[in-house]
Write a protein that binds this ligand. Structure first.
Ligand code: FES
Length: 167
């Protein structure tokens, strides 16, 4: 009798966990819906025209997650920002520079948090707490109108590199 009750409770918990998991996946998909993009031969072209303030989108470039975040007017600007038509974007490889976990974006706090060992990055990808030794990496990029071509070193990327801003 007691065993049956426990089995029943176990089943209930399993269903609850599965439903929670699906909900979390759905929320993740919504947050991570990519911007319109084209991938070809090592390049990913992302159209930033549809990016929304303080909404993180995650693209893919050469198998790596790429964070794209358009900064709202009240968000801290940084020389590491990519600026297109006076709009500031944070774009980085979405892998923690400690041991490579994918940090989560906390939009209310304007921070990336890495759940693995508690590392934190600000909205410009600079490490501000915990073990990460360096900022989130900015991938090679070229600006083409409102589009960003990842995989190509354009003049803006080279300028950042020369200024020592590329980790
Ligand atoms: S992998 Fe991110 S803090 Fe360790």
């Amino acid at each position: 009798m007691e065993k049956e009750r426990r089995d029943f409770m176990g089943l209930g918990l399993g269903v609850f966990t599965a439903v929670g998991g699906i909900g979390a996946l759905y929320a993740m998909k919504r947050t991570w819906d990519p911007l319109p993009s084209v991938k070809a031969a090592g390049f990913t072209t992302i159209d930033l025209a549809g990016a929304k303030d303080n909404e993180l989108t995650v693209e893919k470039w050469r198998g790596k997650p790429i964070f794209v975040l358009k900064k709202a007017a009240d968000m801290k600007k940084d020389p590491r920002d990519i600026v297109i038509n006076n709009e500031h974007y944070h774009v980085s490889v979405g892998l923690c520079t400690h041991l490579g976990c994918i940090p989560a974006y906390k939009k209310d706090d304007h921070k990336f948090l890495c759940a693995c060992h508690g590392g934190e990055f600000d909205v410009s990808g600079r490490q501000i707490f915990g073990p990460p030794p360096s900022p989130l990496v900015i991938p090679p990029f070229k600006i083409d109108g409102t589009k960003l071509v990842l995989g190509e070193e354009g003049p803006e990327f080279k300028k950042m590199k020369d200024a020592g801003l590329i980790a």
